[in-house]
Design a binder for this molecule. Structure first.
Ligand code: SME
Length: 435
C-alpha cells in the first residue's frame, strides 16, 4: 500500500516553501506567506492563498486553505503557535539552529512528503557548495574577525548557522550566535568585517546610520569600509537560499576575489555620504541668489568656493582657475584664482597639462573617478582620489574652470556635476553681463 503523503500543504515560512520547491513539490503548496516569493518567485503564480507567517499565524486563515499539513519554522511567536495548533491540522514545526539542523529538516520534510531521495540530493548539493567555498576561501590564509547581526534594536547576533557560514568563508564570528549584545561589546572585539541582515528588512539596513549612532567609527571594519548589508532572505531563511548568503559573505571577507554577487551592499565612505537631492536644489538656489548680489567676479568666485567647501563634506579642495592671455609666457595659461583647501604647487597650468588643461581645451566637464589611473592628472595632494573640472563659459568660449578634488574615490555623482556646472555658469554669466 502506498503510504499517505500530504497533498495540500500550508507553508508558514519562506524556508518551508523553498524546500518544497527544491523537492519539486511546489504544486502541493496551497498557501504560503507574502515573504515566500522573495526566495521563491515561482510561488507567486497567483494560485496560492497568502497567509500570515509563524510570527503572527491565524487559525481561521490556515483552516480556510483546507490543508492536510502545516509546515512552520523559525521565528515563532508564542501566541502564533497557539493559533497553528487551534487550526487542528497536522503540524510539522521546525526550529533549526545549526547547519546540521537545516540539513536534517530538509530531510524531514522530504520524508514526510514521501520523497526521501529528493531530500538527500538537496542536502548533498548544499554540502558540496559549502565545501567549494571553504576551499576557495582558505587559499589567501586570511581569518578576519566578523560580526553579523540579525536585528538592530536591540542588536541581536545572527543564528549559529550564519556563524558556521562565516567560518566556512574563512572568518571568525566574534559573538555568541543568537545573543543580544551591546554596541560597546562588539566594538571591543574589533571586528574586521561587519555584516547586517535584519529579519524582514530585505537589503534596507541603514549602514551609515547604525555606524554613527553606535559610535562605531573607530572599529577596523568601519575604518576600512568593510561594512555590508546582506539581503535578509539569504541569511535568515534556513534552506538552500543560504548558499546565496554564503557567496555574499565570501565576497565580503575576501575583497577583490570574483565579481560582486547578488544581495550584498557595501557601506558608502563617510565622506561620500551624498547629499539629498533636495540639499543640492537648496544649494543651487542659494548660490544663484549669491551671484545676483555679487560685487565682482573675484568676490563671487570666493563666495562659491567657500560655500561649496563648507556645505559638502567630501569636496576637499575647491578652486577656480581662469585663463590668462596676458601672461608673460607666450601661451595662454590657467591661473589659480580663489580656492579653499590645501596649498597646491599648480598655481599656473598650461592648456596641454593636467585635467584642468584638458577640460578647458575640450570645453567640457571632466569627471575622474580615480585620479591615480588618469595619466593627465597633476597631483595637488596625495589624499586626492577623484576630481571634477567644469569649464566657465563666456559667449560659449571656455575662459576658466571650477575644479574640485575629493579624498573619496568616485565622489562625484550626476547631482554633484549639475551643482558644479551651475556654479561655473554663474561666474560665466556674471562675466558675460559685464563685457
Ligand atoms: N589636479 C589638477 C591640478 C589642480 S590641483 O588638483 C588643485 C589637474 O590634474 O589638472
Amino acid at each position: 500500500m502506498t503510504p499517505y503523503t500530504p497533498q495540500r500543504v500550508v507553508c508558514l515560512q519562506p524556508s518551508a516553501t523553498l524546500t518544497m520547491r527544491d523537492l519539486g513539490l511546489l504544486d502541493r503548496v496551497v498557501a504560503c506567506t507574502k515573504y515566500c516569493t522573495d526566495v521563491c518567485p515561482e510561488a507567486a503564480d497567483g494560485t496560492r492563498q497568502v497567509v500570515a507567517d509563524s510570527w503572527s499565524s491565524q487559525a481561521d486563515q490556515i483552516r480556510a486553505a483546507q490543508p492536510d499539513l502545516v509546515i512552520a519554522s523559525v521565528p515563532y511567536q508564542l501566541e502564533a503557535v497557539g493559533e497553528i495548533l487551534k487550526a487542528g491540522v497536522r503540524f510539522l514545526g521546525l526550529a533549526p539552529r545549526t547547519l546540521s539542523d537545516v540539513f536534517a529538516d530538509i530531510n524531514v520534510i522530504a520524508g514526510v512528503m514521501g520523497v526521501p531521495e529528493g531530500g538527500e540530493a538537496v542536502v548533498r548539493d548544499m554540502r558540496r557548495a559549502i565545501d567549494d567555498v571553504r576551499t576557495q576561501c582558505s587559499r589567501d590564509g586570511k581569518k578576519p574577525k566578523v560580526f553579523c547581526e540579525e536585528w538592530g534594536k536591540p542588536i541581536i547576533a545572527s543564528q549559529p548557522w550564519v556563524a558556521e557560514l562565516i567560518a566556512a568563508a574563512g572568518g571568525e564570528f566574534v559573538s555568541e550566535p543568537g545573543a543580544t549584545v551591546t554596541a560597546e561589546s562588539i566594538a571591543e572585539t574589533k571586528p574586521d568585517v561587519l555584516l547586517a541582515a535584519w529579519c524582514g528588512a530585505g537589503d534596507r539596513v541603514p549602514l551609515e546610520k547604525i555606524v554613527s549612532q553606535r559610535v562605531w567609527q573607530e572599529i577596523p571594519a568601519v575604518q576600512n569600509k568593510q561594512v555590508f548589508c546582506i539581503s535578509d532572505e539569504l541569511l535568515n531563511t534556513p534552506a538552500t537560499s543560504l548558499i546565496g548568503g554564503l557567496n555574499a559573505i565570501a565576497w565580503a571577507l575576501h575583497p577583490g576575489q570574483g565579481p560582486q554577487p547578488k544581495g550584498i551592499r557595501q557601506i558608502r565612505s563617510e565622506q561620500t555620504m551624498h547629499l539629498e537631492t533636495a540639499t543640492y536644489d537648496t544649494l543651487t538656489r542659494e548660490l544663484s541668489r549669491l551671484a545676483s548680489h555679487a560685487t565682482s567676479a573675484e568676490q563671487l568666485m570666493t563666495a562659491i568656493v567657500e560655500r561649496l567647501r563648507e556645505a559638502v563634506p567630501y569636496y576637499n579642495w575647491v578652486g577656480f582657475y581662469m585663463l590668462d592671455h596676458q601672461n608673460p609666457d607666450p601661451y595662454p595659461m590657467l591661473v589659480l584664482g580663489p580656492y579653499v583647501g590645501a596649498e597646491t604647487p599648480h598655481k599656473h597650468i598650461l592648456l596641454h597639462q593636467g585635467i584642468c588643461g584638458a577640460a578647458v581645451t575640450a570645453g567640457q566637464t571632466i569627471v575622474v573617478d580615480d585620479v591615480n589611473a588618469d595619466p593627465r592628472y597633476l597631483a595637488c595632494s596625495l589624499e586626492t582620489k577623484s576630481e571634477i573640472v567644469a569649464p566657465v563659459f563666456v559667449k560659449a568660449v571656455a575662459v576658466g574652470e571650477l575644479d574640485i578634488d575629493s579624498h573619496s574615490p568616485s565622489a562625484f555623482t550626476a547631482d554633484d556635476r549639475r551643482l558644479i556646472e551651475h556654479c561655473a555658469s554663474l561666474v560665466g554669466h556674471y562675466l558675460e553681463k559685464r563685457l
